[in-house]
Design a protein around this ligand. Sequence first.
Ligand SMILES: C[S@@+](CC[C@H](N)C(=O)[O-])C[C@H]1O[C@@H](n2cnc3c(N)ncnc32)[C@H](O)[C@@H]1O
Length: 277
Amino acid sequence: MNQKIKFMELTRVVQEFFADDLIQRSTTLYFNSTKDRNVRILDIGTGTGLLPFKFENETILNGTDFKLSIDGIDISEDYIQGANSKISNTSSNVSSLKFHIMDGQDLKYEDNSFDVVYSNMGIMLYKDILRGLKEIHRVMQQQGIALVNSWTEAFPLRIPLNAAYDTLDLERGPQGAMFSLKDPQHFETLCKEAGFSHIDIEQVTKEFECPLEVMMEIVKSSTQFSEMVKRKFGPQIDPILEKEWLSKIHARIETEYQPQNGQIQFVCTGNVVTLRK
Ligand SMILES: C[S@@+](CC[C@H](N)C(=O)[O-])C[C@H]1O[C@@H](n2cnc3c(N)ncnc32)[C@H](O)[C@@H]1O
């Protein structure tokens, strides 16, 4: 399997909780009260489609007469390929499910095209977040709703990445895009500037359990780790040496997180935002 797709599938162990949280909020705030039966949904930064496939494969709106048309977009061709390979059309509620390679900062949709817009841990990665939020505002229906979230510094990759930085004795670079919306006030200010009139921000914290071996697979398949290895050893690393370093990182996580039955426990916090026009 392509490394990027493998990484995305592995991170499901944490991403899924936050995707479910967004869907749950949309059910309470939109699906339970709308009279519209044909609902157009957009998922931005969809990755391999974790959130859209929840409508297709799980029983979220089963037993209702909603007809959902869902578009998932992502800047990465690999992820969109991965998403397309999973389409199976199993839910009677989903009348259309399509994935497109597209930049969330430049959406190729008409104004007012969607009733519900999601982005699960996507928009914080944009170069120009304000522009991306304005795009969500533009493509959203007047009565629509957007549900987006971002990582705070308590994000899952910090565990293997911090262990890797320390073990490889590398200086941590400037704070990456992963944290660009860690401050809820900054997030709120950008949403206001983008034109939203109703903005509701909440921090959601969840304790996770994950096998240490899965955490190691996540670090191995992450682009951040390959960049670190390049920084330390140059473009080509001897696979035996890489294995050695990985076992040192493994030992470091083990010491810090003291796995019980092979599982490590950690806490993640996300900023969750509900937006209306
Ligand atoms: C942390 S992943 C989350 C993926 C997915 N939402 C999930 O929950 O599994 C962030 C995603 O945002 C995408 N992304 C980053 N910048 C983007 C942009 N400018 N436009 C669209 N997608 C973008 C990445 O390619 C990646 O798939």
